[in-house]
Design a protein around this ligand. Sequence first.
Ligand code: CP3
Length: 344
Amino acid sequence: MVTARPDSCFLAACRNEPHDVTPVWFMRQAGRSLPEYREVRGEGSINDAIANPDLATEITMQPIRRYGVDAAILYSDIVTPAHAIGFGLDVVPGIGPVVEEPFRSSDDLHRLRPLDPEADTPYVLETIDNLVAELDIPLIGFAGAPFTVASYLVEGAPSRTYHNTKVMMKARPDLWFALTDRLADLAIASLQSQVDHGAEAIQLFDSWAGSLSAADYEKYAMPSSAKVLEAIEATGVPRIHFGVGTGELLGLMADAGADVVGVDWRIPLAEARTRVPEGTALQGNLDPAILGAPWEVVEREVDAVLDSNGGHPGHIFNLGHGVTPTTEPEKLEKVVERVHQFRA
Ligand code: CP3
């Protein structure tokens, strides 16, 4: 596969091809810690901001202008498709997705009708059209993996234990697989439309998959994620597969059909590389909490990540999870500079 943008270090790294500088971008780079985000964001639900293409375009562009990162990530959310088909959820500031009537029985399946992206989320596609015209770096499209989106729909609110989700998985596997299969179809339709409109890579966020054992991940979460990743393979764009606390799952997450596997800070990149098939690129893995330390400390930790990668071409520098709201933008600016200066 020839990259659409031969000059992109990000796309080259996704494909494990040699390139000059280590690419870098940050999960949750759009929003949260940026004062210019808070200025334009306004009050109210993030769903309203996402539904405003001019605003969503501006918010996606803000970190690009400030940091000089090598990829943009669409300003949207993993629950946007479920919201758009009327499942009945809101994203509460400081809390996250909250569902009025959680998914509990087969009577709830009809609330997850198929997504028609052009009709249900035209604003997302208009935002992508705007961005593709404006950007000179690749745009990353994304979706939530079925397990992680299901955890919100079943719990009704962010959870630390995933109690109801795990009970449904084990006690009602028929219902669980019906639910995650519908969520896989939502993700496929959304990702396909994002790529059709010009997203040059996609990331499947399975943020909470690390709450599962490897055996349970393989049985209950991997099949629906593999369905999504395999469907997107035909588009030819690189597929990044990310979760938190997934050290024991990295091999399975690669096998699900990923070109790039996201790694959090719990294991070094050198170790992560032994857990995925050869040819799989890695993304990560600076601990976002470190960004609160003085620059000398951050610099040392950035260098440790780069050293652990050992000059391998398949590395995209990122945090192990998203930028936290208190992060000073100046720190991220310096991280980008440092990563770009680095020569193995
Ligand atoms: O910058 C980017 O990463 C692009 C936009 C983006 C958002 N959410 C915007 C957002 C992306 C890629 C996401 C993905 C997402 N959403 C994930 C997976 C990534 C991860 O961090 O694990 C998850 C689990 C969600 C669900 C969700 N939405 C949560 C947990 C929250 C946080 C609530 C809070 O306020 O702390 C949200 C809200 C949200 N999504 C915000 C942003 C910028 C912050 C709140 C706001 O501005 O309204």
